[in-house]
Design a binder for this molecule. Structure first.
Ligand code: ARG
Length: 464
């Protein structure tokens, strides 16, 4: 271990007093950054292999380092490893144990590197793995949504604008809107991954190093797509973390919008769906209650993830080049973002399977709101009226239906004809919910034929 990286004890030549316990606790990160241990060991092994290849350390040193790391791996995995606050972070803890186990070879590992490039490498390696898991979970969630869409293509839901009944839509179509959102999220995650997957190691503290490093070979060894090309930027860049947090925030915003709909739909006033009991909770005082806790919590946790994005982006504001200790604060928001996102995506995929749709309640609600008024206008346009005149004519018809407290389709033909003589018997096809749905047969529209085509496209896209 390099002398300067050994906390207060090793620095005693320069420092006239030890660090106070409070400062030790304040500056240490080991109790949260120990989660990076696998990435830390992988990075160290790749670095050591390259040092040996370049003749900076001997083959024996490399063998010792590998042997020591193997044991450390087992110790950490089995819970036997003793994490020490005095050793500040995951990097110093592992390096100190390595030196304890293999002696001088352990002390040579840190040649040509610094914790500054080491930690940036570790976070990137770790985050890359998490992004892959999140991408898979996003696929799982899309599959669940496509599944419920497929079962409910012909179920009619009142589509809303301004939360006022607007036009009938297929429930399947509505579900596929969320599939589009999560498909974009998946795409965004893979795009962020490209910038996460670049290697800072070899930038050393900030300026590069005097040893003949082969950074490209380390990048290849670690499966990274490239090397960070400027040492100052390499150690201080956290854009990748911010980008990830932004992509994660958008996922949560989509989850939150969906949650809001589930909560509304589950309320007595809508009664559009039921959610399986295992995703709801009761009340401690009101015996009749079944509360949608899971969607509500997901909506709440969206604030938490967006908060982490704000935390990370503010963390970087005003930092001069290059590394500053501020950057240690990138970890907890990132970790919590990943944990929250993964749990949420897993639960939602499961919960969707536990949704029961109530088609009659949805149809009743669509019938209450004059959802086919636009269809009557379109009908009149087909009979030769300019659209603006048709719009006005239908407004009168809706007013009449309101005063009779019935739907447009329940008005007798003679009454409808008072609004325009061109109205014939065939108007009732246009005024039915299903007629309205079938008529919207353009690409991306809600006609069941279109919805089925989209489902087929998604299934093919998500297969494998
Ligand atoms: N624990 C530190 C972090 O998370 C590691 C880098 C420390 N570097 C330093 N020069 N103090 O950022």
């Amino acid at each position: 271990m390099s002398q300067l990286d050994q906390k207060s004890e090793a620095w005693s030549a320069l420092f006239s007093e030890p660090m106070s316990d409070l400062v030790k606790r304040y500056t240490a990160s080991v109790f949260f950054d120990k989660r990076l241990w696998q990435a830390d060991i992988a990075g160290s092994l790749a670095h050591a292999a390259m040092l040996a290849k370049q003749g900076v350390i001997s083959a024996t040193d490399l063998a010792d380092i590998r042997r020591g790391m193997e044991q450390i791996r087992n110790e950490i995995a089995s819970g036997a490893f003793e994490w020490k606050l005095d050793l500040e972070d995951v990097h110093l803890n592992i390096e100190a144990r390595l030196t304890q186990l293999v002696g001088d070879a352990g002390k040579r590992l840190h040649t040509g590197r610094s914790r500054n490039d080491q930690v940036a490498t570790d976070v990137r390696l770790w985050l890359r793995g998490e992004i892959d898991l999140i991408a898979d979970l996003l696929v799982g969630l899309q599959k669940a949504l496509v599944g419920i869409a497929e079962k409910n293509v012909d179920v009619v839901l009142p589509g809303f604008t301004h939360l006022q009944v607007a036009q009938p839509v297929s429930f399947g179509h509505h579900m596929l809107a969320y599939v589009e959102m999560f498909a974009r999220d998946h795409e965004r995650m893979l795009d962020v991954r490209r910038r996460v997957n670049r290697l800072p190691l070899g930038a050393a503290a900030l300026a590069g190093t005097t040893y003949p490093l082969d950074r490209e070979s380390v990048a290849r060894e670690l499966g990274m797509e490239g090397v960070c090309q400027n040492s100052l930027d390499a150690v201080s860049d956290r854009d990748f973390a911010i980008e990830f947090a932004a992509a994660a925030s958008l996922v949560m915003v989509h989850v939150s919008r969906f949650s809001e709909e589930l909560i509304l739909w589950m309320s007595q006033n809508f009664g559009f769906i039921r959610i399986a009991d295992r995703f709801t909770t009761g009340s401690s005082i009101m015996p009749q209650k079944k509360n949608p806790d899971v969607p509500e919590l997901a909506r709440g946790k969206t604030g938490r993830v967006v908060g982490h994005l704000m935390g990370l982006i503010t963390l970087m504001k005003g930092q001069p080049l290059a590394y500053n200790k501020d950057n240690q604060e990138d970890k907890e928001p990132l970790f919590d973002t990943v944990d929250t996102l993964k749990d949420t995506l897993r639960i939602f995929a499961e919960m969707i399977d536990g949704i029961t749709v109530q088609p009659q309640a949805m149809e009743q609600a669509a019938l209450k709101g004059y959802a086919t008024a636009t269809d009557l206008a379109d009908y009149l346009v087909k009979k030769g009226l300019p659209f603006r005149d048709a719009h006005e004519t239908v407004a009168h018809a809706v007013k009449a239906a309101l005063s009779h407290n019935c739907d447009l389709s329940e008005l007798p033909l003679a009454v409808l004809q008072q609004f325009h003589p061109a109205i014939g018997k065939d108007v009732y096809d246009a005024l039915s919910l299903r007629g309205s749905l079938n008529a919207r047969n353009t690409l991306g529209g809600t006609a069941p034929a279109q919805v089925r085509a989209q489902i087929a496209r998604h299934k093919q896209r998500l297969a494998g």
